[in-house]
Write a protein that binds this ligand. Structure first.
Ligand code: COI
Length: 355
């Protein structure tokens, strides 16, 4: 399939790299591709960024058949542009597609399309420390139809957004809120898929957390309301004694690319990394006994986000002295150094964008 290109007639001003937030600015071009039952995925094209015309009855607006990914392009010191583990994102994207009854796509082809889009848009990759070009591949159901079934047509698009830190706190510790009253996902549900509804399901409890002065919700499992699953938009890690513990993937937790990278890095440093069920009570007991050294989240948008406080059933604990722990700091630095091409990439994670 040939990827066509339509030149833009107007171009946007580039933002000041040193003042970037998250997800508000979009580049000049986007990638689009359509799906129909007779043609399969077809008409791949790079064209000016712009609205998608939709009939009010378009299925995604009613039944949420939508999936997305998040990955980033980084500016290296020598002025190059590189991606971090893009194929892992596209593999997960296809897994989400399968779970949401969306037709799968050719991962190699989509990587090629992304590289082509980035070659066009490489001047949009910011260079200030900690900034990057956030990449949001998305697929939505496009049939204009109100009956409940999976759609017969889809739109695949990729948009690009120059970003700084995801949380206003930057790399400062975030305050986390835990509730037994609301869950994000249940066993057998779609928690493992990166689908829009999971994020909608997280909003109400997050508003309650924010109103109580906390940044994010740490979700408990939907069956026992006891085991930690993930935090807001991140996976979660606990440094207990000398062991790195993260919730095992039970089907209701997103299998994070950054999560996996943290596990590989920590293992390569000789740390014992354990994926297992871990209850909120165990975390509070480990804190009580002094064994809980650090807590931090991992995600593409957030990178590594240290957790300073956790509140559960009216009781708040402070992790360590409430500041960034040395292990999270080391992980953050090493991950960023690999992503920005400042450190070697022994794991083969980097894909360079052609100059
Ligand atoms: C990401 O980390 O890339 C995500 O998709 C999370 C999103 C809520 C920003």
């Amino acid at each position: 399939m040939e990827i066509t290109f339509e030149k833009a007639t107007a171009f946007k001003d580039h933002p000041d790299d040193s003042a970037l937030g998250f997800g508000t600015i979009f580049t000049d071009y986007m990638f689009n591709m359509d799906y129909s039952q007779d043609k399969g995925w077809h008409n791949p094209r790079i064209e000016p960024y712009g609205p998608i015309a939709m009939d009010p009855s378009t299925m995604v607006l009613h039944y949420g058949q939508a999936i997305f990914e998040g990955l980033k392009a980084y500016r290296t010191e020598s002025g190059g542009v590189q991606l971090f583990r893009p194929m892992d994102n596209f593999k997960r994207f296809n897994k989400s597609a399968k779970r949401l009854c969306i037709p799968e796509f050719d991962e190699e082809f989509v990587l090629k399309a992304l590289l082509k889009l980035l070659a066009v848009e490489k001047d949009w990759v910011p260079g200030a420390p900690g900034t990057s070009l956030y990449i949001r591949p998305t697929i939505v159901a496009m049939d204009p139809y109100l009956g409940l079934r999976s759609s017969f047509t889809y739109r695949f698009f990729i948009i690009l957004s120059p970003v700084g830190a995801y949380y206003p706190e930057g790399f400062d510790p975030v305050k986390i809120w835990v509730t037994p009253d609301y869950v994000r996902a249940v066993r057998g549900g779609v928690g493992e898929a990166k689908t829009a509804g999971n994020y909608a399901a997280s909003l109400y409890a997050t508003d309650l957390a924010n109103a109580d002065g906390y940044t994010q919700v740490m979700w408990l499992d939907g069956v026992d309301l006891k085991y930690v699953e993930e935090v807001g938009s991140m996976n979660i890690f606990f440094l207990i004694g000398d062991e790195v513990v993260t919730p095992e993937l039970t089907g209701s937790i997103l299998s994070g690319v950054t999560r996996n990278s943290v596990m590989q890095l920590a293992t390569s440093w000789g740390k014992k990394v354990v994926e297992r069920r871990i209850s909120i009570d165990e975390i509070f007991s480990a804190h009580e006994s002094g064994e809980l050294k650090e807590v931090f989240g991992s995600g593409t948008a957030a990178v590594i986000s240290p957790v300073g406080n956790i509140k559960y059933q009216g009781k708040e604990i402070t992790i360590g002295d409430g500041n960034v722990g040395p292990f999270a700091a080391k992980l953050f630095k090493e991950l960023m150094d690999i992503q920005y091409g400042k450190a070697e990439d022994p794991f083969g994670w980097i894909v360079k964008v052609e100059e």
